[in-house]
Design a protein around this ligand. Structure first.
Ligand code: TRP
Length: 446
């Protein structure tokens, strides 16, 4: 496509909200708070913020710079910025998008189902049995396909009238929902005990490579980095945007929603005496323990639960849209297809790939390991090297629209040395975990 006829965001707010929509998703609403509670409370929050500043923001700024300067979809953008040797990295980005969206949509399908059930009949008393019944099997496939269809419908319409419009409506709604729920949770009897559990500080917990790895990969996943989602959104930007301000805005909003979601979850669990059910940071916490709390709260639980799952659905949808857009933009630019065709066919392929995840939670876990724990850190590691050391002057590119900023040499220094070092550690540890998940899938249970 001719670069000048490429679509643009119609407003700065439109871009910001779409990017925040990509970042704020299932990762914020439950994974962050459980990791925090398990890994040292406020100490983990400090480590997480440090990882965001040291690794997340530099990579975000790198993605925005490459996207805006090239005004192309990931594969071509990397070739433009770094030369044709970087084409495989673009392919890795698109592959990661396909893999992550395939199972993300299955989980999103569960959340839609819970939201609908909350409205129509309330939450099941035996939430564990209920989750067991709906999480895998034909019905899980149907909800997954439905969710993919909605995602495809938005992306097929395009940047301005699809993604931007949906984000302008849904992101403020999400903010209001999460803050409203946190205020409600503060009035519950268990609120203080819940906060104490969530943020109880233990600095010894964070002094381990595993916790460091968890904090870094959570920051990455949560900010939608390492697979060109931010890059793709930035490719529809015009040159006057102040990229450092944009990155900061996205990161602060993302962290804000994650932190506040924890202020919702823990008071609820403690008010209802469910603290013993706070299990490992698996999907169980979200789909079993919380629904149990809602079920025991009667009519109020039905309303609060419905709003909570609605917030999750909104977060999941805007994130899924950004994942699909990476693939669709690449197909449009690479194969020259029209957008609607690219959107529906890409979505269909990804939906089919997601079916095994809707039939087996072990398979879903494996896809998550490969996509989130291996592809993302690897993608971000290579991207930081390309932008830090590559042939194009990244500092000159990022400075456009941000002329007064003096610290870009620091940014390049982080991209050259610190980011690759941290990510290399993360990658080595994650590959070990993935291998275990892989071996587990094929060894028959005793
Ligand atoms: N950031 C989203 C979340 O927290 C997930 C997500 C959306 C994502 N797009 C992404 C993760 C791109 C990695 C890359 O749920």
């Amino acid at each position: 496509m001719n670069r000048d006829s490429r679509e643009r965001w119609s407003s700065q707010l439109g871009f910001t909200l779409a990017a925040v929509g990509s970042a704020v998703g299932l990762g914020n609403m439950w994974r962050f708070s459980y990791m925090t509670a398990e890994n040292g409370g406020a100490a983990f929050v400090v480590l997480y913020v440090a990882m965001t500043l040291l690794v997340g923001l530099p990579v975000m700024l790198a993605e925005l710079t490459v996207g805006r300067s090239s005004r192309r979809s990931p594969i071509q953008a990397l070739v433009y910025f770094g030369g044709s040797a970087w084409k495989p990295l673009g392919v890795l980005f698109v592959t990661a998008g396909v893999v992550i969206l395939s199972y993300y949509s299955v989980i999103a399908g569960w959340t839609v189902r819970y939201a609908v059930e909350a409205v129509t009949g309330g939450f099941a008393e035996d939430s564990a049995a209920h989750f067991g019944a709906i999480a895998t099997g034909t019905r899980a496939v149907v909800w997954h396909l439905g969710f993919m269809a909605v995602t495809a419908a938005v992306v097929s319409v395009g940047i301005r009238s699809g993604i931007e419009r949906v984000s302008l409506i849904l992101m403020p709604l999400l903010g209001v929902l999460v803050i409203g729920l946190a205020i409600y949770a503060a009035t519950l009897d268990g609120a203080a005990a819940g906060y104490a559990y969530y943020l109880q500080t233990d600095f010894r917990e964070v002094l381990s490579f595993d916790v460091l790895k968890d904090a870094a990969s959570q920051a990455f996943f949560s900010l939608s980095l390492g697979m060109g989602a931010m890059l793709t959104y930035a490719s529809y930007l015009s040159r006057e945007h102040h990229l450092p301000d944009e990155s900061l805005m996205i990161a602060v909003s993302d962290f804000g929603v994650a932190f506040v979601a924890g202020l919702v979850v823990f008071p609820l669990l403690f008010a209802l005496g469910l603290e013993k059910d706070v299990v490992a940071s698996t999907v169980g916490a979200l789909f079993i323990t919380l629904p149990k709390a809602f079920a025991s709260m009667g009519a109020a639980g039905q309303v609060i639960g419905a709003l909570f799952f609605l917030a999750l659905v909104v977060g999941a949808l805007t994130s899924a849209i950004s994942l699909l857009e990476v693939v669709v933009a690449s197909v449009i630019d690479g194969l020259g297809w029209a957008r609607p065709r690219a959107a529906w066919i890409a979505a269909l392929g990804i939906a089919l790939l997601g079916i095994p995840s809707a039939l087996s939670q072990d398979f879903l876990g494996l896809m998550d390991q490969i996509g989130a724990n291996v592809c993302l850190p690897l993608g971000a590691l290579l991207l930081s090297l390309m932008v830090g050391w590559g042939r194009r002057d990244a500092v000159a590119e990022v400075s456009v629209g941000a002329e007064g900023v003096r610290w870009f040499f620091l940014w390049r220094g982080l991209l050259r040395f610190v980011v690759p070092a941290v990510l290399a550690v993360v990658l080595v540890l994650s590959v070990g975990d993935t291998w275990k998940a892989f071996a587990g899938l094929f060894s028959s249970p005793a």
